[in-house]
Design a protein around this ligand. Sequence first.
Ligand code: HEM
Length: 491
Amino acid sequence: MKWKLQRVEYYVNKCNGPPIIFLLGNALECIYSPKVLIKRVFDYAKQYESPLRGWLFHIPYVGIYTPEDIQMLTTKCLEKDSVFDFLGELIGDGVLTTKVAKWRRSRRIMNSAFNMTVMSKPFLEVFNRQSLVLIDQLKAEVNSKEYFDLWPYIFKSTFSNIIETAMGHTHGINEDDFTKMRKSYEVASEMICKRVYRPWLRPPFVFKLYLFLMGKKNVLNEFKQLPLKILEARRQMFTERKLLESSSEGKAEEKNDKSYKNVIDILLNQAEAEDQFTNQEIADEVTTILFAGSETNAITISFTLFMLAIRQDIQEKVYNELSEVFGEDDRLPTMEDLNQLVYLEQCIKETLRFVTVAPLSSRVSSEDITLSSGHLIPAGVSIVAAYVLMHRDEKYYSNPSQWNPANFDADKVASRPAGAFVPFGYGPRKCLGYKYAYLAIKTLLSTLLRNYKFSTDFREEDVELTIDILLRSATPYRVKVECRHKTSLFS
Ligand code: HEM
């Protein structure tokens, strides 16, 4: 045992990294605010070539940020490290957090629920409907003299998107339930972050005591309650639909519409057909989707709008592209329209590079791993695929600390390795919802930007980032909106 620890220490300390303090390792970094911490990590990555090591007391971490190493790790090593267990306490044992042994089955079934050849049409219908709701809600802010924060509007909208695409219309669940769930999600997510960055909160009994002392004893359960409630409602509707389908009248209807239009029905169908999923397992997968797909999309949309509000010249270029595709037509976007919005997509990709929303994925291997630099990482050590650090590397992006959609001009993309841009990860555990995300983000942004012009009093140099589980802007998304047309395109 002692020999094993010495071996880990020997090899980990052969990697680059800032000085280590006796017993503490690099744990003093945790005293910095998340805003400062992320800046320090960016600086370390400039100073030290990949792999970068850090010690949280006695726990070693090795960060990698070259395309070759990230591709190798995420292809070869599918087991996530113990940090994902803390996340699992919030969102359950779904495809994002579960151990490899169970993950293969979950992923296969979830892939079928997110098969975009089948699902893009029903999903687009939801995204279009929700865009109109948002357009309507923003009317309250049009021409106001005060700046307002975009975040609550956008988060509510992406949350509604994910609820409807994941669970369909949910009778008996009202707006209050969703608001409660959004709120408990925010608190639960904050508590999980504290546990990740403050290792003394990691032992389960200490964390339970901490939640109790903070008056947040039930917060993790609260977040999981709504999906279970919705599941019950859906199961009942699903059974009724099945009964109808088996009746003669229903059979005629079934001919016209055989497809399921939301994730939960697909899972219920699987559960019935192959006895695959228990109620708890379905609820865990649904909670995972709510977690993985709502804030991530909301950050990408809000940040892109915010940067466009700062960079009026780029916003005009996006608007010109939209005008070319739609003219004065008030139709909602089709898949063909969205495919033509090449420059808007460049802006979205630049946001995903600049604020790599899911910045890291940590894996743990049961075998020693040799990196492209020749460093050996012993089995059992957490290796962090630091997507965000690769996206900030001058080797692949000129002037990487500036937001610049020209980074995704065709010639620039062709001149760097394909693996140097992986905001959705890489390998078999790559984001399950990346096509969904592009579709949802592009739909919402295109409709908003056709209708409204955004401006702000912030400048590029004011924009700061912060990190919790996700990377996001620390600067509030404070903007003003005005209508592009005399009357709203979609009134
Ligand atoms: C801008 C939006 C999004 C970003 C940047 C993003 C990014 C990521 C990343 C980096 C991973 C981890 C890959 C790894 O471990 O190496 C991931 C996993 C995952 N994402 Fe996303 N994601 C986004 C939106 C979504 C959406 C909309 C959904 C669902 C509707 C989703 C569902 C998932 C799931 C289920 C996993 C776990 C996959 C697995 O372990 O097999 N994500 N995402």
